[in-house]
Design a protein around this ligand. Structure first.
Ligand code: MG
Length: 294
């Protein structure tokens, strides 16, 4: 065996007791512990810090909630839109809806409703299963501002989930936009809107443009004349992680001592060329018959 072959076959790394040094980055921010939130039994169920707007009993969380039909834990639009009594800013909103099985009308006239964030910014609800309409008006669109990135619609009668992540716009004292609103939407597990920058409130007749409003607003559900069904509506108010910068970011160098580690080579042998599983081999040796007679 040549020396080169020996080296290649062995490929052995033997680490002796050694002092090593490792570098670690620290942000310089003293973060507070994030709150503990107990999730629901399944991800569609409200977590421990959720505000339930409709759990199947009544729509008392909404103005005009008594106008809608509630049957078997399901709410059906009737007569008028409903507006949450409580107002919110940044939220995570979960709701489930189902297009009518009695299919009537086409385009915008089929299974139409809507979720209005802050009572202004509409995430469209529409039966978009094999139902053509303008793309920025189909299910999952921000009405008249952007289509969804995908049509993840389920058939009429089946339940759709909307998980909406909303960042409210912020206005300067003079009424100018400090930061616009943003919407992310997951429709049936499919990302439909990815941090979409709102252009302003949704309107059928006007170009979207911002007008300053309060830091919080209601969740509104649209009545468009169609018996869309709703269930399991809850939200969480979002608060950013809290931390205080105590310094600029910095590196620390840590000293550590490691125990000796003998790594096996590619051919299963240790550094001294013995079989890899030495213990097993020694056990076999002990059981082997003795021939020396000593
Ligand atoms: Mg609508």
């Amino acid at each position: 065996m040549t020396f080169r072959t020996y080296c290649l076959n062995s490929a052995v790394v033997l680490s002796l007791i050694a002092t090593t040094f490792a570098q670690e980055w620290k942000s310089g921010v003293d973060w507070q512990q994030p709150p503990i939130v107990t999730p629901g039994a399944t991800n569609d169920q409200p977590p421990s810090d959720a505000i339930v707007l409709f759990g199947g009993q009544d729509l008392s969380a909404f103005e005009n909630g008594d106008q809608w039909l509630i049957q078997d834990g399901i709410a059906v639009p009737r007569k008028t839109g409903i507006v949450s009594k409580q107002h919110f800013g940044d939220i995570q909103l979960h709701l489930e809806w189902s297009a009518p099985t009695d299919i009537r009308g086409t385009g915008q006239g089929r299974g139409n409703s809507g979720v209005y964030l802050m009572g202004r910014y509409e995430v469209q609800v529409l039966d978009s299963f094999e139902n053509e309409t303008y793309f920025d008006g189909q299910a999952g669109s921000i009405y008249k501002q952007t289509p969804p990135m995908a049509n993840a619609m389920r058939k009429p009668g089946e339940w759709n989930t909307y998980d909406i992540f909303f960042t409210a716009p912020v206005f300067k004292v003079n009424g100018a936009v400090e930061t616009p609103g943003y919407v992310t939407l997951i429709h049936n597990g499919v990302l439909a809107l990815n941090h979409f920058e709102l252009l302003g409130p949704s309107s059928y007749v006007d170009a979207p443009h911002y007008t300053p409003h309060a830091e919080t607003g209601p969740i509104s559900l649209q009545f468009h004349g169609d018996p869309v069904r709703f269930r399991n509506i809850w939200l969480r108010e979002l608060k950013p992680a809290v931390g205080k910068r105590t310094s600029a970011g910095f590196n620390i160098v840590k000293e550590s001592k490691k125990k000796p580690v003998i790594e096996k080579s590619a051919d299963g042998k240790e550094a001294d060329g013995k079989p890899a599983d030495k213990a097993e081999q020694e056990s076999k040796d002990q059981k082997a018959p003795t021939t020396t007679g000593e």
